[in-house]
Design a protein around this ligand. Structure first.
Ligand SMILES: [Zn+2]
Length: 357
């Protein structure tokens, strides 16, 4: 930590930044107290005046992140969104250091800092332009090659501004649903939901919640409700399942929890008629909203058993639900839904990354 403090103080640019000054003080205090805590840095980061963030990070899925910094601006937030209370902070990165480069580094959570602490109300930064980049580079290819031409019609021609707007709505509703909806909200039930497959189900649950907020509030959100709905569906159903996999050290494909959320979405909607497969392409059917409601009510039925069942039993039931949805007896060796192997080859997507754990 002395090394990092010296690095900051030696940099002409960094040493002038308020966030860097707080970080140096925090690091020096941490050494003195023999206890790592970035209280001053995080208080500053959570204040409205911060547009340059520097910190010492520890992110298990991104070992490149260490002493890293970014310059950002807040994305445009529609006033309607403030009715849905959440601590999400959608930002546009303007400049950033190497640790922010990996494509799947799209958010900064309070527990990503070296002290690993997450306090209630601390902001979760979602990097809007990185979500937008993935949509343009991967999701659009999937839309062109792997879905029927009458599906996802409202997101085929979105402008850059509309894509950013859709991302802001998505991440906002995503966090709102994590924290305020369902029988087992976060962070209270985080321990119950940390294993990969249950985390994947949670990601699906909250995005279904976001889509249904759009579908049921068309008057409030106007015509944007339609394309935001399709945007969330495309990202959750299609993109994560395609690019959310890596090879592990043994050369086996390993899905991220987001990819698991995608495979669960695909199988639930296929079984209840929300989607169909026609000539190896996904078709979104007219009853998609009803199908999403059915899927949501199945997940909620399991979650709302908390009054009658102990947490461990609910966890088992969630795992059984996941196994039966994915049509497997064993989750340990589960790699990818076979249909997504077809989709990857259709768009020429190569899995290259080694799992970084
Ligand atoms: Zn999430």
């Amino acid at each position: 930590m002395i090394y990092y403090s010296q690095n900051i103080l030696q940099s002409e640019y960094l040493s002038k930044q308020p966030c860097a000054k707080f970080l140096v003080e925090d690091l020096q205090n941490s050494i003195k107290r023999n206890n790592v805590a970035l209280n001053l840095t995080k208080t500053y980061i959570n204040s409205n005046e911060c547009n340059f963030l520097v910190s010492l990070f520890h992110v298990p899925y991104n070992p490149k992140m260490n002493l890293d910094a970014c310059l950002f601006r807040t994305a445009t937030i529609d006033p309607e969104l403030y009715a849905y209370k959440t601590n999400v902070m959608p930002i546009i990165l303007e400049k950033y250091s190497d640790g922010f480069y990996p494509v799947d580094t799209v958010a900064i959570f309070p527990e990503n800092h070296i002290d690993g602490i997450q306090k209630t109300g601390e902001k979760i930064f979602y990097i809007v332009n990185k979500f937008a980049f993935r949509h343009v580079n991967i999701t659009k290819k999937i839309l062109n090659k792997c879905v029927t031409s009458d599906s996802f019609q409202q997101i085929r021609e979105l402008s850059d501004e509309q894509i950013e707007e859709a991302v802001v709505y998505w991440v906002w509703f995503h966090e709102y649903n994590h924290q305020k909806c369902g029988g087992l909200p976060l962070p209270k039930y985080l321990t119950l939901k940390t294993t990969k497959f249950i985390a994947g189900l949670e990601e699906l649950r909250v995005d279904i919640g976001g889509m249904l907020l759009c579908a049921k509030n068309i008057q409030k959100f106007g015509n944007k409700a339609g394309y935001i709905f399709e945007f969330i569906l495309a990202e959750r159903l299609l993109r994560y399942g395609v690019d959310g996999v890596k090879y592990n050290k043994e050369g086996c494909i390993v899905p991220s929890y987001d990819a698991v959320g995608s495979y669960l979405c695909f199988n639930l909607l296929l079984s209840n008629g929300g989607i169909s497969i026609i000539n190896n392409k996904i078709k979104i059917n007219n009853n998609i909203v009803q199908s999403l409601e059915d899927a949501q009510s199945k997940i909620h039925q399991l979650e709302y058993q908390l009054n009658t069942l102990p947490e461990e039993k609910i966890k088992l039931e969630l795992l059984n639900f996941i196994k039966s949805t994915l049509h497997v007896d064993e989750l340990k060796t589960y790699s990818s839904d076979p249909f997504f192997n077809i989709m990857r080859s259709e768009i020429g997507y190569t899995i290259t990354d080694k799992e970084s754990l």
